[in-house]
Design a protein around this ligand. Structure first.
Ligand code: ATP
Ligand code: MG
Length: 299
């Protein structure tokens, strides 16, 4: 029996979002043992239960208030939203934030030898997809009628199998399309993973836990995007050196023992340092340049 006082988070059980999601939760300090093949995992150190399901089920679980939070691709979320609206429902949820993984695009693709001058070429054509509502929303806006062929997997083989003239599928590198003799002709939706919350009002303790997690998630994502930089610099070129460093407005300056003309600089940079920038720093007289990863941050 589920304990309703514990925060329930739905995540993909196995697939493209599961490793990143698990890592994010772990970096937020949630200790969970996800090894077993179980639907539910319980956090050992916080009142949190993790529900592990197919990604397609996550938006509905959040919209129906079965779980409090869900981590899901925006593509699946938007498709479920349109699906429910098409059935006359008025679904609600809160978008808490976009995450820094699960990036992909939903694109139209055609066989290599098919000409394409614009989406109107698809008028009257049969298009295979797992995202019929997103596709219809896109082509309806352009006034292009088409026939939809719903496939829940192996969409990319549909043209070769004679099931469809074109496809509308998720792409990240394009390698799968290429391997199936297809070319991407139009991006219809760009997606990332996101964190959503049910719009059912929660007891204050649960809401406070979500607020705490949000600060931690912000810290984890910000830390992943930042670097700690240390270097030695000639005192008279400090301004020029700071100007080269992205997002490092207020460096810590420390004296170097026995050296009147040089100082040590420490700073958090909002981006990593490219080799070119390091070479430019060196040309300004900087030395001992170290770029270190940051594990956690709180502002
Ligand atoms: P499930 O068994 O949970 O239903 P699935 O096969 O539907 O899994 P995955 O292929 O694991 O789903 O993809 C999950 C999500 O990962 C996608 O909905 C999308 O948001 C994101 N994603 C990122 N890159 C890609 C990609 N190249 N192809 C497909 N999905 C991607
Ligand atoms: Mg799925």
């Amino acid at each position: 029996m589920l304990d309703k006082s514990r925060l329930r988070i739905a995540m993909q059980k196995s697939g493209r979002l599961s490793t990143d999601t698990q890592q994010l939760l772990e970096h937020c300090g949630i200790k969970i043992n996800l090894q077993q093949q179980r639907l539910l995992a319980f956090a050992e150190n916080m009142p949190i239960d993790i529900m592990r399901v197919r990604d397609d089920d996550i938006p509905g679980l959040v919209m129906d208030g079965v779980v409090d939070l869900g981590i899901i691709g925006e593509n699946v979320l938007e498709e479920e939203l349109l699906n429910r609206r098409a059935q006359g429902e008025d679904p609600h949820y809160y978008m808490l934030r976009r995450l820094d993984f699960g990036g992909c695009r939903l694109s139209l693709a055609l066989p290599l030898d098919e000409p394409f001058t614009g989406p109107e070429c698809l008028r009257g054509k049969r298009i295979a997809t797992s995202y019929p509502h997103l596709l219809k929303q896109y082509l309806d806006k352009l006034g292009v009628n088409f026939k939809s062929c719903l496939l829940n997997g192996s969409v990319e083989v549909a043209p070769r199998a004679g099931l469809a003239d074109a496809i509308c599928d998720l792409v990240s590198t394009g390698a799968t399309l290429e391997a199936n003799g297809l070319r991407e002709v139009e991006v219809i939706y760009r997606s990332k993973a996101c964190l959503i919350q049910s719009n059912i009002e929660l007891p204050p303790a649960k809401q406070a836990l979500i607020d705490k997690l949000m600060v931690r998630i912000q810290g984890v994502i910000q830390a992943r995007e930042s670097k700690y930089i240390m270097l030695h610099a000639p005192t008279e070129r400090l301004d020029e050196i700071v100007a080269l460093l992205p997002g490092a407005e207020r460096p810590t300056i420390l004296p170097l023992a026995g050296d009147q003309h040089r100082v040590a600089m420490h700073m958090v940079s909002s981006e990593t340092l490219f080799w070119e920038t390091m070479e430019n720093l060196k040309a300004l007289g900087a030395s001992s340049i170290l770029v270190l990863p940051i594990e956690k941050m709180m502002e």
